[in-house]
Design a protein around this ligand. Structure first.
Ligand SMILES: N[C@@H](CCC(=O)N[C@@H](CS)C(=O)NCC(=O)O)C(=O)O
Ligand SMILES: *[C@@H]1O[C@H](CO)[C@@H](O)[C@H](O)[C@H]1NC(C)=O
Length: 242
């Protein structure tokens, strides 16, 4: 019988979003605590995560308020570890299916998300780098997809690993937000590369992932957009004026 779960999270953070999606798929009760990353509560580092990052989970221990974490609960972090932890607690969720081959395929997809897609998307969206390596990373991921359905067929940890990034990338590009100059059509240009016919299967997949109920119900579009508007305004002010 799983014990109580408190998730420390932040709506803007794609890594934290992974843990929220996994908990939504599992459909289990938990306490959600929003951490303001710009103004973290003083107890968060000493009592939950010494490096101050989200997501983190407090598991088990006595029934305490989320802002008074008990030393008796286990503190865990690293989004992909948390997704697997939730999968292990709730095997019937299908987050990781029982079949070893499908589990291996999910992990291979996640590995490609971490090693290929992650760095390429950060370079393009945050640093305004050339989008071609991102298109290539998406083609590599597209090549791993089955003809239909999610990354390993049914919705799983593989889709959870990438979903938050797809949702945020589209939102940012559609609103011309990124580490590239504003008002020059760069967001639309990158979007049109991502939406090119060579990524048709990817686009279909990306839409399906973003409209999955566990993804859509845990993504506060307006909040995330407002937060990114502020962040990129600051980043651009530093980067493009001096
Ligand atoms: N590798 C970590 C990355 C987590 C991470 O970088 N979280 C960011 C927000 S998206 C964070 O909490 N940063 C600390 C801060 O902003 O002070 C994971 O997968 O969980
Ligand atoms: C997770 O917590 C450990 C300490 O328990 C810390 O060393 C590590 O940097 C943390 N990692 C993240 C991503 O928060």
């Amino acid at each position: 019988m799983p014990e109580r779960i408190t998730l420390y999270t932040a709506k803007i953070c794609p890594y934290a979003h992974r843990a929220e999606i996994a908990l939504a798929v599992a459909g289990v009760p938990y306490t959600r605590y929003e951490i303001d990353l710009r103004n973290k509560p003083e107890w968060y580092l000493p009592k939950v995560n010494p490096v101050g990052k989200v997501p983190a989970i407090a598991y088990g221990g006595p029934d305490v308020p989320a802002d008074q974490p008990s030393p008796e609960s286990v503190k865990l972090n690293e989004s992909l570890v948390l997704v697997e932890f939730i999968a292990d607690l709730f095997p019937e969720s299908g987050i990781l299916p029982a079949d070893p081959v499908l589990r291996a395929k999910a992990r291979l997809f996640i590995d490609a998300v971490s090693t290929k897609f992650g760095p390429a998307q950060a370079a393009v969206l945050h640093n305004g780098a050339d989008p071609e390596p991102l298109v290539q990373a998406l083609e590599a991921l597209q090549a791993l997809l089955p003809e239909q359905g999610f990354a390993i067929g049914e919705f799983s940890a593989a889709d959870i690993a990438i979903a938050p990034f797809l949702a945020r990338a589209e939102l940012n590009l559609e609103n011309d937000l990124g580490g590239y100059p504003e008002g020059k059509g760069e967001g639309q240009r990158i979007l049109s590369l991502i939406r090119s016919p060579r990524l048709a299967r990817w686009q279909e997949y990306s839409k399906a992932v973003q409209s999955h109920p566990a993804v859509a119900s845990t993504f506060d579009r307006d909040h995330v957009l407002q937060s990114f508007k502020k962040r990129f305004a600051e980043l651009r002010a530093k980067k493009f004026t001096a």
